[in-house]
Design a protein around this ligand. Structure first.
Ligand SMILES: Nc1ncnc2c1ncn2[C@@H]1O[C@H](COP(=O)(O)OP(=O)(O)OP(=O)(O)O)[C@@H](O)[C@H]1O
Ligand SMILES: [Mg+2]
Length: 505
């Protein structure tokens, strides 16, 4: 026993140890937890703490400061709330909340603080950035000029989304909002766009399905999944969309292109309301605090197309919002509709009638994407929306007794084919040239003879058929997105030949 008090030199050694110990006073600002409940800790001390500052508890947990009062403040916990108890000490880290950014995140599933959830090693990234960052100013932006190809005909032809645009996906529960967003992510396996999927307050099984779909059909190595699931601390769910934005901005700021899906902001708004009520902020309409509009506006403003002086990168945002009984004029949906550059409205009735994606063509709009469409798509999609809208109206009328008129029945024949084409299963993304060929053939009546029920089979064979029968036209459209007359003729006759071939087999 070397350190026994009876050891001969014990006293000397103890004296030496005492002399080596610094006994000078040392100032350390510490706070103390007064109480903890519902993911929020009430803290006294730390008079100099700043709003949003990152704090560390003695057990290693983290939180950020909210609701600063004269002699106490609230800390929104980012970890397991049960691990923090009244009496715990905490200190100010002197930093704001930051997340790792960079290529190391690609292919990974992380929580909103960038900690891995996929069982892989910790994210090996040299750089971290604050989760709250200012949006690019007007001078740093450019007009949206190139499309994000979703591969979904109804979107690319009627409600095109441009790179740098913010397009809201809004609709009732289980109407296919997530499915469309995931299809868009999957289709980016053919583009240079990096995708970030942010799950906010979702069930773990729903998130698992998204990850499985991307792994099976897409290019998971060019996606980042950020999960703040329903089981996580409210604070963690709250920062999830901001953290996802920061991770996506990294690619935008390097002149690259990124796409972020925020699934969904209704749940984020509910989390914000929960935290606001717990920190005694005054409630406003529908009990949301007054800053809910500013919260989502400052988040979505970060999606942008940058000017060429700033690298020319883009960040496109697809926020998702849930409605109740199709009520688009509820508080959160109207806020989000006015913040974004358009909305895709999903309809329960269309979904029940078997339309996939169940997009309500009358209520949906894309305010900037049309200008970003490739010329080839603009050339063929112009009349589709009008034709289809007229058809939907006519169909209502003719249901109550036939109006037999050659023009009306021609319109109905055409409309039924448009509907069949717009009905697209999941994971069946179409290339630009496939979509252009279909719409050109439709406009010239090449599909009128085909029964609508057979169009899905035809669409499945389309890509390989066009590559084999109109290779020059395909190459031309793919090269510069332009549709010239010869290419148009070649594509239409290839589709007509496919119709004939399908009829024989
Ligand atoms: N284009 C499609 N083809 C076939 N099935 C589809 C299509 N789009 C959606 N679905 C199916 O519809 C169901 C609901 O879709 P999804 O989960 O995407 O809806 P949601 O609006 O995100 O629902 P929630 O409100 O629960 O998040 C899923 O089973 C999905 O597979
Ligand atoms: Mg969903």
């Amino acid at each position: 026993m070397p350190d026994h008090p009876l050891a001969p030199d014990w006293l000397d050694r103890s004296r030496a140890r005492l002399a080596a110990t610094a006994l000078a006073p040392e100032a350390e600002a510490v706070g103390r937890v007064v109480r903890v409940a519902d993911g929020i800790a009430r803290v006294t001390g730390l008079p100099d703490v700043a709003l949003g500052a990152l704090l560390r508890f003695e057990g290693g947990q983290h939180g950020f400061a909210q609701a600063l009062d004269r002699d106490a403040f609230d800390v929104v916990l980012l970890d397991d709330a049960n691990a923090v108890v009244a009496g715990d000490r905490l200190s100010d880290t002197g930093a704001v909340l930051r997340v790792p950014v960079g290529e190391a995140l690609l292919g990974r599933v992380v929580d909103p603080l960038g900690r891995p959830l996929d069982g892989g090693p910790a994210i090996d990234s040299a750089e971290t950035r604050p989760v709250e960052r200012p949006a690019p100013s007007i001078i740093e932006r450019d007009l949206v000029s190139a499309p994000v190809e979703t591969g979904v005909l109804v979107i690319d032809s009627l409600f095109a989304v441009g790179r740098g645009q913010r397009e809201l996906l809004v609709g009732d529960r289980a109407t296919g909002k997530t499915a469309l967003a995931v299809d868009t992510i999957i289709n980016q396996k053919n583009s240079d766009i990096i995708s970030v999927y942010v799950a906010i307050g979702q069930r773990a099984t729903a998130v698992e399905r998204v990850i499985a779909a991307v792994r099976e059909h897409g290019d998971p190595g060019r996606c980042i999944v950020v999960v703040g699931s329903a089981a996580d601390a409210p604070g963690l769910q709250w920062i999830a969309p901001f953290a996802g934005m920061t991770m996506a901005e990294y690619f935008r700021d390097r002149g690259g292109h990124a796409l972020i899906v925020l699934d969904d902001l209704s749940k984020h708004a509910a989390t914000h309301r929960e935290l606001a009520l717990l920190t005694r902020e005054p409630p406003g309409r529908e009990a949301y605090p007054g800053d809910i509009f500013y919260l989502h506006a400052r988040l979505l403003e970060r999606a942008a197309k940058l000017s060429s002086e700033c690298g020319g990168g883009s960040l496109t945002a697809l926020p998702i919002a849930e409605t109740d009984a199709g009520n688009l004029s509820a508080y959160i949906p109207t806020n989000l509709i006015s913040i974004t550059d358009g909305q895709i409205v999903f309809d329960t009735h269309l979904f029940a009638a078997g339309q996939r994606p169940a997009v309500n063509v009358g209520l949906s709009v894309s305010r900037v994407g049309g200008k970003a469409q490739a010329q080839a798509m603009q050339a063929v999609s112009g009349r589709v929306r009008l034709d289809y809208a007229q058809f939907l109206e006519l169909e209502m009328f003719t249901r109550f007794g036939g109006i037999s008129n050659a023009r009306v029945s021609a319109q109905i024949v055409r409309g039924e084919r448009v509907r069949a084409l717009l009905n697209q299963p999941r994971y069946c993304g179409l290339r630009l040239v496939d979509q252009v060929a279909l719409l050109a053939a439709l406009a010239e009546g090449a599909l009128d003879a085909e029964i609508p029920g057979r169009l899905p089979a035809l669409r499945t064979r389309l890509a390989t058929w066009l590559d084999a029968h109109a290779p020059d036209a395909v190459a031309e459209v793919q090269a510069d997105g332009m549709l010239r007359d010869e290419a148009r003729v070649a594509l239409v006759s290839a589709v007509a030949a496919l119709v004939a071939d399908g009829g024989m087999s």
